[in-house]
Design a protein around this ligand. Structure first.
Ligand SMILES: [Cu+2]
Length: 79
């Protein structure tokens, strides 16, 4: 029997390179500013690698909004 709900929420998992994070405060600032966005289910900043892992629902928010939130918090998102 096939599952009836294959149209569940779509999720994207991405890793952004973010410059300027240097301590636990930076980690928290980035995670908080991204975490409050609608559609973001998970965010983890890895300060010593300069990376931020984000899981989000692309039907609710797009990548540009996530980048903007990080930049608004004072950090640079690099492509
Ligand atoms: Cu810091």
């Amino acid at each position: 029997m096939s599952h009836c709900c294959s149209h569940g929420p779509v999720r994207s998992d991405i890793t952004l390179n973010v410059a300027g994070m240097s301590c636990a405060h930076c980690k928290k600032a980035v995670e908080t500013s991204v975490g409050v966005l609608p559609g973001v289910s998970k965010v983890e900043a890895i300060v010593d690698q300069g990376k931020v892992n984000v899981s989000f629902d692309p039907s609710k928010i797009n990548l540009d909004d996530i980048k903007k939130a990080i930049e608004d918090a004072g950090y640079d998102v690099q492509e």
